[in-house]
Structures are given as structure tokens and as C-alpha cells.
Ligand binder design. Structure first.
Ligand code: PEP
Length: 264
């Protein structure tokens, strides 16, 4: 296991609240911001991808603490007759600087394919948002030995050719690890993250080294240090544990401990 503060790639710990969170839960955002402002994740960038309904209220809380906000999906068009949808421009206007795209719950539940994810990522770039594009295999695909080709195909189809390390983050989220308490072995994660970096470089020449690749899937305070310590893991996309300030900052806090331990 090597040290997680890698030159040129600032670690990112992003929370995905999914369809959870009423205004009263903003108290957790306040706690996260207070801890972040006090250096609770020194060295790492923190982003909360909240339900769109909470972004406006969360924006003034997060602004002073250096905590970023994100949406969880967007339409590819800036505006129009798309009832129930939200555009990247609207997310930006509400205070977001990131948007998660291609999460497996949207790929499955809303039939979003790679081309649609790519169009939405282009919409995000147009609005000045950074896209966190999720990829990952199902259990059946892993068991069939197809994890690498599945992820390679998702990357090739979902990533706009104009992407840069500033505009795009990749999240490797094995579908079978999301919300299940299961995680791949550290060596499987290392192998997949190395493979993803190589594929990015093949697809976007010269961009592989700088692109941040997050791991997501049952990251908890108890396993964060070992997962974040894996080579080519530049942070985490956190679902369930991001709803609790204590758990989320317990995860982001691994970077403070890594910093405390001295230069890598
Ligand atoms: C997610 O939804 O992106 C996720 C990783 O969820 P969890 O951390 O709950 O597995």
C-alpha cells in the first residue's frame, strides 16, 4: 500500500446523499462544514452531492468552509420542455460545482446509457460544472471475468473527448459493492484503478496521470484508510456513510492522518 497524497492529484471525498435529506438534515451539512473548516480533511477536497432541493440552502453554509456542492444527475440541454428534469446550468445556479453522472442507480433505474452519460457530461462542462462519471461492473459481469472490458466500454462511451483532469473525475463503483457492505479485494481495486488510468490515457492522450479516480462502494470509517491507501485511488465516492457527519468526516479524516504522518 502506498501513500495517498500524490503529486498533481488532490484527493477528493464526495458524498452522495441520493434521495435522502430534508431541510432538517442540513444540520449534518453544518457539522461537516465546521469540521472541514477546522482542518478535518486536511489535503483533501470535500464535496457533498445533495438532493437538488437542498443545494440553495446548503450553499451559504458550505461557502465559508471550502466544502463544494454537487448534483446527482442533470439533463444534457440547458433548458427546455423536459418536465421534471434539471439542467447543469440550474445546478450551477443553485450553488453546485460538481455533478455525479452515470451512477449505476441511474444507469439501471433510468436506463441511462453511455451515450446519454456523455451528452450529460458535455452539458455539465458547458455550464462550468465538473462531472464525476461513475463506471463499474455488476456481480454477474465480474463472475464472468468481464469486469475490465465492461469498465473499458463504459469509459470509452461515457467520457467526452474534451474532458480534462480539471473537468472530469472518474468513480469506479462496482455495482455489487454499493450499499451492500461488500468491497473488492485491495488488489482487485488496485488492478482496476491502474487499468482505468491506462484507458483514460488511451482515450485522452496525456490526461491519465492527472485524472482523479475515486473508489466507491461501501466505504466506511473502518475501511477508509486501507481503501484510500491503494495505489491510484484518489479519494472516495461515499453513499450511505455520507449522511452522517461523524461517519463522513471519519472517512475524509484519513487524509488528515496521512498528512500528520509526514510527507509521502
Ligand atoms: C454510492 O451510492 O455511490 C455508494 C458508493 O454507496 P455506498 O457508499 O452506500 O455503498
Amino acid at each position: 500500500m502506498d501513500r495517498p497524497l500524490r503529486p498533481g492529484r488532490r484527493p477528493l471525498v464526495a458524498g452522495n446523499w441520493k434521495m435522502h435529506g430534508l431541510r432538517k438534515e442540513l444540520v449534518e451539512v453544518e457539522k461537516i462544514c465546521a469540521e472541514a473548516a477546522a482542518g478535518g480533511a486536511d489535503g483533501a477536497e470535500i464535496v457533498l452531492c445533495l438532493p437538488a432541493t437542498l443545494l440553495g440552502a446548503a450553499a451559504p453554509i458550505c461557502a465559508g468552509a471550502g466544502v463544494g456542492l454537487g448534483g446527482q444527475h442533470c439533463h444534457n440541454e440547458p433548458s427546455g420542455p423536459f418536465t421534471g428534469d434539471i439542467s447543469a446550468e440550474m445546478l450551477k445556479d443553485a450553488g453546485a460545482s460538481y455533478v455525479i453522472l452515470g451512477h449505476s442507480e441511474r444507469r439501471t433505474g433510468h436506463h441511462e446509457g453511455d451515450e446519454s452519460v456523455r451528452d450529460k457530461a458535455n452539458g455539465a462542462f458547458r455550464a462550468g460544472l465538473r462531472a464525476i462519471v461513475c463506471v463499474g461492473e455488476t456481480r454477474a459481469e465480474r463472475e464472468a471475468g468481464d469486469a475490465l472490458p465492461v469498465v473499458a466500454s463504459q469509459l470509452a462511451g461515457s467520457i467526452p473527448i474534451t474532458s480534462t483532469p480539471e473537468s472530469l473525475v472518474i468513480a469506479y463503483e462496482p455495482v455489487w459493492a454499493i450499499g451492500t457492505g461488500l468491497t473488492p479485494t485491495l488488489s482487485d481495486i488496485a488492478g482496476m484503478h491502474r487499468f482505468i488510468r491506462e484507458r483514460i490515457d488511451a482515450h485522452l492522450p496525456g490526461m491519465g496521470h492527472g485524472m482523479r479516480i475515486l473508489y466507491g462502494g461501501s466505504v466506511k470509517p473502518g475501511n477508509a484508510a486501507e481503501l484510500m491507501g491503494v495505489s491510484n485511488v484518489d479519494g472516495a465516492l461515499v453513499g450511505g456513510a455520507s449522511l452522517s457527519a461523524r461517519d463522513f468526516m471519519g472517512i475524509a479524516g484519513v487524509y488528515r492522518h496521512f498528512c500528520d504522518a509526514g510527507p509521502a
